[in-house]
Design a protein. Structure first.
Length: 413
């Protein structure tokens, strides 16, 4: 992002074609302030605005926490931390639009830009329940079609208005990624409504950070049936003894602490625990200090199993499924009588290295090796790290399914 030291860039912002949208103008103001134009008259000139127009935009930026006013002999404006993040994201979006052959975020292209995110995955039953809940709280629920200040019709699932005059545009999604948050931020700026996202599945850590920066509120919806499935935040491997468990995790919720606690309990019970992981993984950092834990650390620089001096740790080749299976089989046979627990971290990483076909075959062979009531396997799959088809394929291998997200641990199978 351009900066300045003592000398202000006096070149007005330029756009190739078309009129600027409200969103584009707001972000242009952020850019000229970032470049050093902090006085109202300078901002007006550099952003190519009228005085009355400038005042309206400055008020909107301050209301959204993107710009701050500093009082003194002369009024000046500075970017907030949130404003800097938004500007960076705007500049990134501009680059993406150039690749999509969109020269500007003009009125027509706002519509095109909003088509870039994945389509909403609204659940009608959730929408109905949410509307009912908001009405019972005294809010008025209205249609979600809102005419933006740019002249573009912005669409939410519905709009909720409070008695104090505040209004919010709601979007109900299954999973939330950065594209969803960016699209809703555009709608928020264009309509003046606060954006609220209610999701039934998962939200990526990047989307959470972006939503916080953009003042887009995220709320996880827990239905009645889902509430019955929640078993808290503690993994009880004793209840899952002898099962082949798939744990789908939201990487942003600190799942490694739950895994460490479960592994520690197993070790205290005298069971042998073998963890296959990568150095730098949250699981490696969480369990590597546990006494009695045997680590098999997947590594790209070794071609055969190599002991790490002074530790119960072995380096194994990360891309060689045959070696991994051989190591696993020998570990299981050596300690089967005591009860064996295998923690595999993670399927998502293996998919990236070996691809779907090789990973699927490896997991099938792993299930055969670990067959029997005295062996528990515990494999981790990161939510949103692979497509639905691949996830469904992997899930078919396992007899027990758990999901660990912001709501806690749920038994889904």
């Amino acid at each position: 992002m351009p900066g300045w030291i003592g000398v202000m860039d006096t070149t007005p912002v330029q756009h190739k074609v078309g009129r600027r949208s409200r969103f584009e103008i707001l972000c242009d103001i952020l850019k000229v302030v970032s470049d050093g134009a902090n006085k109202p008259t300078h901002i007006m000139q550099m952003a190519n605005l009228t005085w009355n127009g400038l005042l309206s935009y400055l008020e909107s930026l301050m209301r959204n926490g993107l710009l701050a006013r500093q009082e003194g002999p002369r009024t000046t404006y500075i970017l907030t931390a949130r404003g800097k993040i938004v500007l960076n994201q705007y500049l990134s979006l501009k680059e993406a639009l150039v690749q999509a052959e969109l020269d500007t975020l003009s009125k027509d292209n706002v519509l095109k830009a909003l088509k870039l995110p994945v389509a909403d995955q609204a659940n009608e039953s959730v929408v109905k329940s949410l509307k009912s809940k908001l009405r019972s709280s005294g809010l008025k629920v209205e249609d979600g079609m809102v005419m933006g200040k740019s002249g573009v019709k912005q669409v939410f699932d519905f709009v909720a208005k409070a008695k104090d005059g505040s209004a919010y545009g709601y979007a109900v999604l299954r999973d939330v990624d950065e594209a969803h948050v960016l699209g809703l931020f555009v709608k928020q700026l264009d309509t003046g409504l606060g954006a609220r996202v209610v999701y039934t599945g998962s939200v990526s850590s990047e989307a959470k950070a972006l939503a916080s920066s953009y003042a887009v509120r995220l709320e996880h919806w827990i239905g009645e049936e889902e509430q019955k499935q929640i078993i808290g935040t503690k993994l009880d491997l004793a209840r899952l003894s002898g099962k082949k468990v798939l744990l789908q995790v939201d990487p942003s919720v600190g799942y490694e602490s739950a895994v460490r606690s479960a592994v520690s309990d197993c070790l205290a019970e005298g069971r042998k625990v073998f963890t296959f992981t990568w150095r730098g993984s949250p699981i490696y950092d969480a369990v590597s200090t546990l006494e009695g834990m045997v680590l098999y650390t997947m590594n790209s620089e070794v071609s055969y199993t190599t002991a790490v001096p002074g530790r119960d740790e072995f380096l194994v080749p990360e891309g060689d499924g045959a070696v991994l299976l051989d190591v696993m089989a020998k570990a299981i046979e050596a300690d089967r009588r005591e009860g064996v627990v295998i923690v595999f971290d993670s399927i998502s990483d293996m998919l990236m290295i070996s691809g779907v076909q090789q990973t699927f075959e490896f997991l099938r062979q792993m299930a055969k090796i670990a067959a029997g009531a005295d062996v528990t396997t515990f494999s981790i799959l990161k939510l949103l790290s692979q497509d639905e088809r691949t996830t469904s394929l992997i899930k078919g291998i396992y007899s027990s399914h758990l999901v660990y997200d912001a709501s806690g641990i749920k038994v889904t199978r």
